[in-house]
Structure formats: structure tokens, C-alpha cells
Design a binder for this molecule. Sequence first.
Ligand code: SF4
Length: 478
Amino acid sequence: MLAAMSLPPTTTPSGDETPVRGRDDACPGALRLHPADDGALARIRVPGGLLTARQAQVLGRVAEELGDGRLDITSRGNAQVRGLAAGCGAELAARLRVAGLLPSDRHDRVRNIVASPLSGLDGGGHADVVAWVRELDAVLCDEASVDALAGRGELSGLSGRFLFALDDGRGDVAALGADVTLIATPGGGAVLRVGAARAGAGVASVATGWAAAGGEVWVRSEDAARAAALAAVEFLARARESGTRAWRVRELPAQHAVTTDGLTARLADAGIEAVRTKHRPAASAAPPAPGLVPGPDGRHALSVALPLGRVSAAQWRLLAGLASRSGADELRMTPWRGVVLPGFAPDDTRGALSELSDAGLVTMPDSPWLGVGACTGRTGCAKSLADVRAHATRMVGGTASGGDRQGAPDPLPVYVSGCERRCGHPGGRWVDALATGDTRYRVTVRGGARGDTPEAEDGVEVTAEQLAGAVAAARGTT
Ligand code: SF4
């Protein structure tokens, strides 16, 4: 269904790589700002994408008063502020600390946690994973409950790229190639997986980094968050032993992979029982489609997509205001660069959706914006050959809405990049629109059914004006 079509976040590569890292990763954070062409950039980790209305308002004010007014949502459901003036780092950090958005300076960049955005809202899944998000974040920042085994401060040594995924059993974030994944199981408890399932292969097929013996371990629900943190500790131990300074589980050499036995023993030392399991969670589920999400308790959530993952100050003020009005006092940023607003009374949904749509946000499941992404491009990135966001916007303007595609396969996602690095490109199979000049693109289908190995098929060279037609043909929507 087209309704399910959103741009998939970047997933893991093949797992064959075993790089030896000579330095720490350079991921930006709230404290480590990245100097970009349009000013400094801050990435603010938001575990599970969960914000209170007040936190959302603080983020909006930070973007308006310290940055260029816009907010980006990343493929991990984090927030990014651009255009920060030189010397504003201390004020930025102070504002975030007061709002509870920077609970630990030492753990600024390691709080990468994605979670099923509709968990507890639509009656789907097997658990409400919000409690796991809160507990895992607390364990990551405090480390007290893993202290005896890890040594205080160890988890702050995770790279800024290490990712936890907490899936409520529906199989949405379980497919995102996280390093440590919890998947809620029917009847309680969770499967704990270390290493990533290959995109398109279902979670039964795991990449290197996970035990050659196969399978995952099952843990009780009350142990799940701590078990996930201990799995990260086990990864750090194997990385240290390998001498590679690996940033991600998939980078561990096979002889230093996290094994079922090693993980089970580490959990047992912490008093956590881990049961080998053959449980196979649901195949990958679609991200929330834009529109109304009815809840079993009579309250409704609104799912909104952000064109190219970016909002203006006014759009963000509207989202934060609706989060405050809804009664739930909550806004959830999704790894598909969208927002979920829970807690609406049925009578309030129509007006709220119309406000969101009038503000230029995507509230319909057949919008031509769905499945379309772009990197920062010019003018934010010096490497960009073109203004890819402007060209992507023009391309969407020249694209018809999805209409009734019942029974038709999902169109491939498309990503417009300003250079060959293709920052933030989707996983799986996707359409690559790569700038080759100021107003020229090469359009290619990349990636295979088993993952995002960049096997390119023959492409076509087009001008920016011809992009919409070439991309539609490559996506299979013409
Ligand atoms: S893909 Fe290239 S142009 Fe785009 S943001 Fe990354 S480095 Fe810059």
C-alpha cells in the first residue's frame, strides 16, 4: 500500500567490513558542534523521539533564537539545529540541560534509541515500549545498574553511531539495523538481538557480530532495558579485545563477535536469566502512515510527515502547540522523519489535521512527499554540487499524488544527494538521484533485495527539470 510508504532510514551494510578505527567517530552532538557551511550544527539526542510539549517548545526556541529557525528530524528520530552562531555552545547546552534534554554531558552522543512510534497508542504490538526507553536511557546515563560489571563510565565510550532499537513486536524499528534490538514478544518479555537483521531478509537472518549458533535470547520484560545495556557492554568488551575500536557491532571481526554464550554469561552475572529462543518476530512492518491513528481507548493520535525531514519555526510551533493542546502533553519524533501527536479526542482531530495540512505538513497517505528524501546539499554543505533540496522540492511539485494504487507494489524510495557520499540515504532498494553538476543528475536504482549493498543498475543522465520524470520511471510509478 502506498499508505505505508515512507523513506526508510539508512540501514546497515553487508557486515563484511572490519575496519580498524584510528579515531573516535566525529558524529555531532549537543556539546560537540559540527562546523557546516551555514553555521554550526547541533544534533540533540532524544531517546525514542519522545518529547514533552515543553521540551518541544524549548527545541523550537533554540532553533529560532540560536540557530536559523529550522529543525531537522534525523533518521534516528533525533533533532538537529543548523545555522548556530559561533560561541553559542554554552547557552545551547544550558537551555537543553534545564529542559531535561541533556541529562548527562558524558553521554550526550550515546543516547541513540529508536522505538516503535505508535507503541501504546493504536493497540498494535505486544507491549508499550515507552517504559523501556526511559529505563534504558536512565541506565545509559547513570550506569549504576551495570556498574559492577561495566566499570563506571564505560557506556559513555560507545560511539555516536551505536544504535538501540526497542520494537513493540510489530517489526517496524526492528528492521532498522540497530546494534542492539529488543523485540517485545506475545505474553510478555522480549527477544534481545545483538547485530542487525539484513534489510529485506527478515529478522531471522542476522549479520556478523551475532552468534554463529544463530538465534536470539529471550529476557523478562523487567530485565529488558538493563539486558540491552549489558549487551552494549559486551560489545565494548569484544571491541576492546579485537583492538579495532569498532563503532558498530557489524564492524567486529568474526573471531571477536558477540556470541550467545558470552552474552548469556554476562546477563547471568547480573542476575538476568536469558533463554535461547527460536521465536521469530513479525516481518518488517511499515512506518506510521500520515493521518489519523485511532486508539483502543477512544483517544486518537495524529501522524504527520515532514517534507524532506525539515520544519520551519512556525511549523514546529504548531506541532508543539498541538502537543500541548491534545491532553497527552507529548510529541514523538519518528525515525522516518515524521511526528506522532498522541491523545486527541475524536472531535478535535479533524481541525488539528486541517491546521497541520494548511501549514504544509503531510497528513495524507498518498502524498507525493512520501518516500522522498534529500541530503543537506547546497548551501549547507560545501561538498554539494547542487541545491538538492530545491531540486527535490521541484521534483515533488511535478509528481502526481499516489492516487489509488491498491494492489500495486510500494514505489521505491528516492534520495537526492549532492555528492557521492549520499549522507542519510535509505537502506534496501532505492532510487539514487545523484548530482553530477549544478543542474544535472544521474538517476540509478541501487541496493539489492538482501540489503543496501550499493549495486547500481544502469542509470540515466538528466537535467534538474527532467528529474521528476526520470525518478518516477525508476520508482515504478509511471
Ligand atoms: S551527501 Fe555530500 S553534499 Fe550531501 S550532505 Fe553529504 S557530503 Fe554534503
